[in-house]
Design a protein around this ligand. Structure first.
Ligand code: FAD
Length: 279
């Protein structure tokens, strides 16, 4: 179908109904033949079992799957135990992150940043895991400066990451600029573009405020102007995001990582329009 690196992200369902719904979503997305699925991990291990169970289920269905692992609020000992469990489950891929603590949650933990987590995983398990780390074309919200953030990204890669996935963005130039800057620093690993389909304006605004992803003014104004007209929001969102993906792929992005929020429709339709649909 394509040699690009397409992957699909889920969060671990909290209820049996959620798990059943996710199975149905996966059955539909399987037509896309993604390279792997990834499953998020709550800071401090709050979703640890759900993450592992979901990854095991996906692997049992015959697909590659990567748990995310965040280090914030965790001890070395607890991370070591998780790595051992992942290894025993035949997992060969991890998305390694610092994570974000909910406010009032407590201390940073023994491993403070993602570069330290990557170092720790390599020291504990050698090359067993293929490691993906996060990248921020529009700069991480807590970064001191864009330059400092870039150096911190480079540090994660030098610590042993095999590839990176970006935070989502709607401005392709921010991605291309970031890639150029990273290449100038000697980063050669693939940096896959994270894609957030647009289906719900209120939800998108909330996420974007939290993670520092910018919704360009013209997109925000258009979405706001549709009010409760969900069909128009979805139609506009599909057009905008498909065009973004086209530009990214044409400009050399090595792949796309879809933040599905456990929904299938928008990702399926974007991939169909991009000609990536296996079905
Ligand atoms: P880091 O790379 O550690 O960076 C965090 C901040 O610290 C940045 O501002 C950076 O510039 C700075 N920094 C980095 N290293 C150093 C250093 N050595 N010294 C000083 N400053 C430093 N969150 C979850 O909780 N669970 C998930 O499953 C999850 N999945 C994600 C998947 C992707 C693809 C992405 C892009 C994000 C995901 N997140 C997840 C969110 C992520 O945890 C947050 O964005 C978090 O704030 C930063 O994580 P990081 O791994 O990028 O951190």
């Amino acid at each position: 179908m394509t040699d690009k690196n397409f992957s699909i992200e889920f969060f671990p369902p909290k209820t049996p109904e959620g798990a059943e719904k996710l199975r149905a979503v996966r059955a539909r997305l399987a037509a896309l033949q993604p390279r792997y699925y990834s499953v998020t991990f709550g800071a401090g291990g709050s979703t640890q079992q759900g993450t592992l169970e979901t990854v095991r289920e996906i692997k049992a269905e015959g697909h590659d799957a990567a748990p995310h692992l965040s280090c914030i609020g965790s001890s070395r000992e607890s991370l070591r135990a998780i790595l051992a469990e992942y290894k025993a489950s035949g997992i060969r891929r991890i998305v390694a992150l610092r994570g974000d603590l909910p406010s009032g949650y407590g201390a940073f933990g023994e491993i403070r940043y993602a570069n330290e987590l990557v170092e720790f995983i390599r020291a504990e398990t050698g090359d067993w895991f293929h490691l993906e780390v996060a990248a921020y074309p529009e700069v991480h919200p807590q970064a001191k400066s864009p330059q400092d953030d870039l150096q911190n990204f480079v540090r994660k890669v030098r610590a042993g990451a095999n590839a990176a996935i970006t935070q989502y963005f709607y401005n392709a130039d921010a991605y291309f600029q970031f890639i150029d800057a990273a290449r100038r620093e000697g980063v050669e690993v693939p940096v896959v573009a994270g894609i957030m389909p647009i289906t719900n304006y209120a939800q998108l605004t909330r996420f974007s405020d939290m993670c520092g992803a910018e919704i360009p003014r013209w997109i925000r104004l258009k979405l706001a102007s549709y009010g409760d007209d969900a069909a128009s929001i979805k139609a506009f969102g599909l057009d905008v995001v498909t065009r973004l993906c086209e530009r990214l792929l044409a400009g050399g992005a090595p792949g796309l990582h879809f933040y599905t929020l456990n929904q299938a429709n928008a990702t399926l339709e974007i991939c169909r329009r991009l000609g990536l649909s296996g079905g």
